[in-house]
Design a protein around this ligand. Structure first.
Ligand code: GRF
Length: 234
């Protein structure tokens, strides 16, 4: 196996996706290792979780610092960690174009909606408001335009008639925790690259016949509606 890619995760808060990535990377055949976690907020709950899992966790505060200086400090920390890949996991600070361009193709993000639908915040409320019957999450390359980079992988979940935003959000979050490690593994193993503004896939082993979708395993049915809907899940 070629050397595992070195990954730093940027967070701002809870860190549940960060934890999913750290746990997945504990497996010796996972093609990436998590070498550090950086938060822009000292009160991010994910910092203690990372430390408890034995990962170097540090704070580079963004408050009161220009975006350029803050991103330069992150870039220095990434160089010190010899990072190959950056994963944004609930990182709530907009990154400068210069930083994004430097890391383009090597920086990915998870978004709690099926992009290009519902960019930005409050995605679960907006999905319910729009009346969609399917919602989900997306892992994509980060580009200067927010939530707009080439899509690497998506996972869909049903929207139940009885859902409120919190219930739907919990179902999406569980699917995020399955999808993000799969997508990171694809990137770290060189199975997906970003070329000319598109995601290019070199390994189709996981691809269902219907299209370029890597679907996470279907969630266990938790509701009668889901049992019938699960039959339609590929
Ligand atoms: C997740 O829903 C993620 O998709 C979005 O921010 C949230 C972060 O949650 N970008 P967590 O910090 O990973 O628990």
């Amino acid at each position: 196996m070629s050397p595992r890619k070195r990954v730093v995760i940027l967070i701002s808060g809870r860190g549940s996706n960060m934890a999913a990535l750290i746990d997945a990377a504990k497996s010796p055949d996972f093609p990436a290792e998590i070498v550090g976690v950086i938060s822009n907020r000292a009160d991010a709950k994910g910092l203690a979780i990372a430390a408890a899992k034995g990962i170097d966790a540090s704070v580079i505060p963004s408050k009161g610092v220009s975006r350029e200086d803050h991103d330069a400090a992150i870039d220095r920390a990434l160089a010190a960690a010899k990072a190959d890949i950056v994963c944004l996991a609930g990182y709530l600070k907009l990154l400068t174009d210069g930083f994004v361009t430097k890391w383009q193709g090597r920086m990915i993000n998870i978004h709690p909606a099926l992009l290009p639908l519902f960019k930005g915040l409050n995605t679960h409320e907006r999905a319910i408001e729009a009346g969609v019957r399917i919602h989900g999450c997306t892992v994509h390359f980060v580009t200067p335009q927010m939530d707009d980079g080439p899509i690497i992988a998506q996972s869909a979940v049903p929207v139940l008639i009885s859902d409120d935003a919190e219930m739907l959000g919990a179902r999406v979050l569980a699917s995020e925790h399955r999808l993000y490690p799969l997508a990171l593994a694809m990137l770290a193993a060189g199975k997906v690259t970003m070329e000319a503004g598109r995601a290019v896939f070199s390994d189709f082993a996981d691809e269902p016949a219907s299209g370029r979708v890597i679907s996470a395993p279907a969630p266990r049915p938790q509701h009668p509606d889901m049992e019938s809907l699960a039959r339609f899940t590929p």
